[in-house]
Ligand binder design. Structure first.
Ligand code: ZN
Length: 267
């Protein structure tokens, strides 16, 4: 167990997470502060599996932190709020599309889960107001449908340039940040990534790791930002070799990103 130490030397109990499957291929995740007992659900795909995770852990739901308005991230909010009287925090730029919101947040805002302090990062592109949550002391990021392991979300409401800049903000987080995303898409993403960088050794290593995890019935997330930078083609659009292999030298990185995203859409 890793413990972090503040400036006066008091030891804090580390944050705990609980990850579980929801719906077809969504993930639900709880973040728990053992000192205060506060527990947040990151998004609420479906109330049932979240209630089951709360029952399994014995944790009490105090917040829901919403990343974006899509139904497979918000459908469980109403029932959970009614049952637990939890506080619902949602992205300011699309809060009007989400019911039962108590607080809206955007870039740079702080969110608290007991003693844990997170920072909001605007990550538009998948939806126009999508946000991610970064907890620096815990080195945890919750990125919704912006970044997936070896993939990224579809650009539905924004444009490729916007999405590329959102991905860069996540790529700039410390390498040892563990990120949780909204879906288990890793294996399909690896099949596509192999068409972009067939000789990438980090990608080959990740493919082996993922095959082992899935064979053991385990999730492929969280992954670290550092590992992802080496293997995820969507984070590598400014790599000269990637651009060259796509025949796109001397164009802005976001255009290389747009080409990779377009190829994935057709894959
Ligand atoms: Zn979505």
């Amino acid at each position: 167990m890793i413990r972090r130490q503040d400036t006066i030397g008091k030891m804090h109990m580390p944050a705990q997470t609980n990850l579980f499957r929801c719906l077809t291929d969504n993930y639900g995740v709880l973040l728990h502060d053992p000192e205060s007992g506060a527990t947040t659900a990151i998004d609420a795909p479906d109330a049932g599996p979240i209630e089951a995770a709360l029952a399994n852990t014995g944790w009490r739901l105090t917040e829901i932190l919403v990343t974006h308005h899509h139904g497979d991230h918000t459908a469980g909010i109403a029932a959970l709020k009614q049952h637990h009287k939890c506080r619902v925090v949602a992205p300011r730029n699309e809060a009007q599309r989400i019911a039962n919101v108590d607080e809206t947040v955007g870039e740079g805002d702080k969110v608290r889960v007991g003693a844990l302090e997170g920072r909001v990062i605007d990550t538009p592109g998948h939806t126009a107001g999508h946000i991610s949550y970064f907890f620096p002391a815990e080195k945890l990021a919750f990125v919704g449908d912006t970044l997936f392991s070896i993939g990224c979300g579809r650009v539905i409401e924004g444009n490729p340039e916007m999405m590329w800049h959102s991905l860069l903000k996540l790529r700039n987080l410390p390498d040892d940040t563990r990120f949780y995303c909204g879906h288990e898409y890793t294996q399909a993403n690896i099949r596509f990534a192999n068409t972009i960088e067939p000789n990438n050794k980090a990608l080959a290593a990740r493919a082996d790791e993922v095959a082992g995890l899935l064979a053991a019935g385990r999730p492929t997330i969280p992954a670290t930002i550092g590992a992802e930078k080496a293997a995820n083609p969507f984070l590598r659009a400014d790599n000269a070799e990637v651009a060259q292999s796509l025949g796109l030298s001397a164009v802005p990185a976001w255009k290389v990103f747009a080409e990779i995203r377009e190829r994935k859409n057709r894959f």
